[in-house]
Write a protein that binds this ligand. Structure first.
Ligand SMILES: NC(=O)C1=CN([C@@H]2O[C@H](COP(=O)(O)OP(=O)(O)OC[C@H]3O[C@@H](n4cnc5c(N)ncnc54)[C@H](O)[C@@H]3O)[C@@H](O)[C@H]2O)[C@@H](O)CC1
Ligand SMILES: [K+]
Length: 508
């Protein structure tokens, strides 16, 4: 699903007005009307006290349209205008006059803290104070109103975006009216998926307000949300006349004394993602551990007998190499990595200690083949690209890094974002249960295994992140968040594949 920027949303509104030859107020009527239907379907005329807080721009105008529809249909509504500014948008004024003409229920003005109404926990709050137009922190009395509503513990439905949250920047000392649900128009907003904005959002739904299809189909967005529909399109079906060689050979370079689990998890994940063959390259001590833990995985070791890898040399021609999990940061391993990178020609997926070694020896980055995949978690990313002031800057810096080294960056987080060639692919699977040791090793294995099967590195990264999250989502039905272990993500990978097509087969 495309994630439109603020400018693109305004342009989509304009394109719709032009294509349909309608004034902008009709679009507000439509958006507010659909939002009313959304509420009505769920409320079914239950006697709830609804409090609608409206700003003085178009988000506020939407609120006035929702209020009018609710009142006309017999709901108990109090409408407030939060007077953060003396100026009013034209469509806000249109909506206000329609509301005043068609109901006797005039809004109450809130100009300061003295005007705050009491809010009961059982009230239903509709937040239409600020939408996508917020571009600076709200006045302190308005922020106090947000907190006043937050403290009430009432159910809050935010219209389009939660008030107080800018969609294209992190505002200083941001105070957000915390929504129970965000009903967002047409396209989810990027900020919902970034840690600093996303932490306020439990749940969001898209309301299709019928913006112009031509515009939406043709607009190129920087960000895209990756769900099942997108993942399904990437899936490569298997042919009947295939053999293990068809699906490639993955080499996993991982593990050290006490960290053989990382190699096992990565290797097993590469196998379960479908790699035809998997070989692990690890320390000699690791050989019996690997062989007994995963008989399907072949093992090659270095010549030495140390706790850490001292040499990375093998007589194989893998299709792809996943390198890094559990390697440790020993000087000998760093030298081994350097020598390996100097002569390597295989496609690479780099994770964990391999990334840390790259951060410590920046010149090694120049040795990476084009389209290498790097999968840093936030700390590893910071070591690679330096610190950032907010999530938007983090993305920009990641983009610059990816451009410079022609690599694919997989920014692991609650919503993992794959960054490549100026585009952001935002994953929409996964859950907090996956914040567990080894989960990243599994992702490395999956992406490696997909590249072995001839997924191009970008598709392998996007699809791999999706499958990893989906496997975790299916697994928690059996384990709960706390009980989920990285090994289970591997076990449920097959289910994640099956799930891509689950709906079709259920319908048959
Ligand atoms: N045709 C359209 O453009 C449509 C717009 N819609 C709604 O319009 C919203 C956007 O409306 P607006 O652009 O009017 O913006 P908002 O209603 O989000 O904000 C109102 C105005 O407040 C001002 N402002 C920004 N930060 C402020 C601050 N901290 N303190 C005081 N004033 C501040 C800005 O000038 C901004 O335009 C969307 O989120 C959506 O809800 C919908 O009605 C659908 C159609
Ligand atoms: K809002």
């Amino acid at each position: 699903m495309k994630i439109l920027s603020k400018e693109q949303i305004y342009a989509a509104d304009k394109a719709t007005e032009q294509a349909e030859h309608i004034p902008s107020f009709n679009l507000m009527e439509r958006a507010g009307g659909y939002a009313y239907h959304y509420l009505h379907q769920r409320l079914q005329n239950q006697p709830v006290n609804i409090k609608i807080f409206c700003g003085t721009g178009n988000n506020g105008g939407d609120g006035l349209v929702i209020a009018r529809n609710l009142i006309e249909n017999g709901y108990s509504v109090v409408t407030y205008i939060v007077n953060y500014s003396e100026s009013r948008s034209t469509d806000f004024l249109n909506a206000l006059s329609v509301l005043k003409n068609s109901t006797k229920n005039w809004p109450q003005l809130i100009k300061s803290e003295n005007d705050f109404p009491e809010i009961q926990p059982e009230d239903l709050i509709v937040d239409c104070i600020f939408g996508i137009g917020l571009n600076r922190p709200a006045d302190s009395w308005v922020q106090k109103l947000f907190n006043h509503i937050n403290e009430s513990r009432a159910y809050v439905l935010a219209i389009d975006v939660p008030s107080g949250m800018a969609i294209d920047q992190l505002l200083k000392d941001e105070v957000v009216l915390k929504p129970t649900v965000v009903l967002t128009f047409q396209t989810p907003k990027l900020v919902f998926f970034l840690p600093q904005g996303g932490k306020h959002i439990n749940s969001w739904e898209v309301l299709d307000i019928g913006l112009d299809r031509n515009y939406l189909n043709s607009v190129e967005t920087k960000a895209q949300l990756i769900g099942k529909a997108e993942a399904k399109q990437m899936y490569k079906p298997r042919s009947k006349f295939s053999h293990k060689g068809t699906y490639g050979h993955s080499l996993i370079i991982a593990g050290s004394y006490g960290k053989m689990g990382a190699a096992i998890l990565s290797g097993k994940a590469a196998l379960s993602s479908g790699s035809g063959l998997v070989t692990a390259y690890t320390t000699r001590q690791g050989m019996p551990i690997m062989q007994s833990a995963a008989p399907e995985i072949m093992v090659v070791t270095d010549r030495h007998n140390g706790d850490f890898l001292e040499e990375i040399k093998f007589d194989l021609q893998p299709d792809v190499i996943g390198i890094g999990p559990g390697l440790g940061m020993a000087k000998t391993t760093q030298d081994a990595l350097k020598n390996f990178l100097k002569q390597n020609e295989s496609q690479l997926v780099l994770d964990a200690d391999a990334l840390n070694m790259l951060s410590e020896n920046n010149d090694l980055l120049e040795l990476l083949p084009q389209f290498s995949v790097l999968t840093p978690h936030p700390k590893e990313l910071e070591r690679l690209i330096g610190s950032w002031s907010d999530d938007f800057e983090k993305l920009k810096k990641a983009e610059a890094f990816s451009d410079k080294y022609k690599c694919i960056l997989v920014l692991k987080d609650a919503h993992t974002i794959v960054v490549f060639e100026g585009k952001y692919y935002v994953n929409n699977t996964g859950n907090p249960g996956m914040a567990t040791g080894g989960s990243g090793d599994v992702l490395t294995g999956i992406i490696t295994g997909l590249i072995a099967q001839q997924y191009d590195p970008l598709s392998a990264s996007i699809f791999g992140v999706y499958l990893h999250g989906r496997a975790g989502d299916i697994a928690i039905n059996h384990t709960g968040y706390e009980g989920l272990t990285a090994g289970m993500i591997v076990e449920f990978l097959g289910q994640a594949y099956l799930d891509l097509f689950a709906q079709e087969s259920e319908k048959k």
